[in-house]
Design a protein. Structure first.
Length: 112
């Protein structure tokens, strides 16, 4: 199986230039992954509830990922006035450990 990590160009650059090159857990203590490859950044942002720019995707082989959660549906993000900011409903898994990015491939997601 392959997993995908969606992020901004800046965050991807920080991972690639790091020594060692690791995708590290964020403030939540998790690295968020999806089993779904989205073609467009806005699709990934909407389905996965990502509020930052989605410009890059990292394709991660299952062999380099450890300590995965069960796949769950992403909750939607709702504004204080009740409007939907991100619709969610995409599938995600969480990894609690850093992921070695040297064995992963990065590519740009498309703009609409």
């Amino acid at each position: 199986m392959v997993y995908y990590h969606y992020t901004s160009r800046h965050a991807a650059q920080n991972v690639i230039c790091g020594d060692p090159s690791l995708i590290r857990p964020g403030r939540s203590g998790k690295v968020f992954l999806s089993p779904i490859r989205y073609q467009y950044g806005h699709e990934a942002a909407g389905e996965l509830g990502i509020e930052n720019p989605v410009e890059m995707v990292c394709q991660i082989p299952e062999s380099v990922v450890s300590v995965l959660s069960e796949a769950t549906r992403v909750e939607r993000i709702i504004n204080a006035d009740g409007t939907v900011i991100r619709r969610g409903r995409g599938w995600e898994v969480n990894c609690m450990a850093p992921i070695p990015a040297a064995k992963c491939s990065w590519s740009q997601v498309l703009d609409p």
